[in-house]
Design a protein around this ligand. Sequence first.
Ligand code: SAM
Length: 282
Amino acid sequence: MTLDAQWFTEIHQDTAFSLRIKAKLHEEKTQFQKIEIYDTVAFGKLMVIDGCIMLTDRDNFIYHEMMSHPVLFSHPQPEQVLIIGGGDCGTLREVLKHRCVRHATQVDIDERVTRLAEQYFPQLCDANHDPRARLLFDDGIAYVKKAPAASLDIIIIDSTDPVGPAEGLFSTAFYQDCVRALAPQGLLVQQSESPLLHADHIIQPMHDSLRRAGFANTQTLYFPQCTYPSGWWTATMACKAGDIAFVRAEEAATPSFVTHYYTAAIHQAAQQAPAFMRSKLK
Ligand code: SAM
């Protein structure tokens, strides 16, 4: 990461993405990571963790909707939802748009991410006081290990990249705990980085690890995310049994809530693997 007076730049594997900044609003080093908040000219507020762009006002809706609605509309009756990470609360807000959800627990290791989101991204925290929401600050790996067997319908892993505190969230041992904590029809989804930059060392190994851990099937969703490295991102779903199916497609086509990116047609399109990914994920 480099920063001159006017630009925030994230450098990743010999590529870079920059946003012109109006001001740096906040910087702190927590027990877990360095968090920075900027005001940018074109993308509104920006949150950065350890030099990596987490979200901007302008494009976070794509990521948060794709991390929540496809997996929730692929479960016949998602009632118990666990979000690991997700401290900015944007995924939690989308999850709680589904009336069938009875409890949504968000477990982020770093309370400061949520406190700063409340201050600088209040629109993402709209649902934090929903009586169905529970915000905990703990290590997601330890939380899933202790979760009662078959107690969850959906696990959403909305984490930072697989380094530092998030590294273990990409391991077979953690996925085994997820399989145990999920009910028989349970589903998991995890942010799985860029198909252009991370197919060989993150996405493909993630499919292998999920299956090795006991998941019956896996499927990657593709969507644009222009502020993340390469501008193209993925989320990978896994089901405990059977196949991943768009079982609430009719409801998704006439939703009872507003979305800005997700539609039933986008859901189906996002399930289509590009040819190069199809051969890697065979
Ligand atoms: N959308 C983002 C992205 O892909 O860049 C992720 C956003 S969210 C802010 C990521 C969160 O994961 C951070 O708040 C971080 O504290 C949390 N996190 C990292 N490791 C964790 C762990 N082991 N348990 C729980 N939360 C974790």
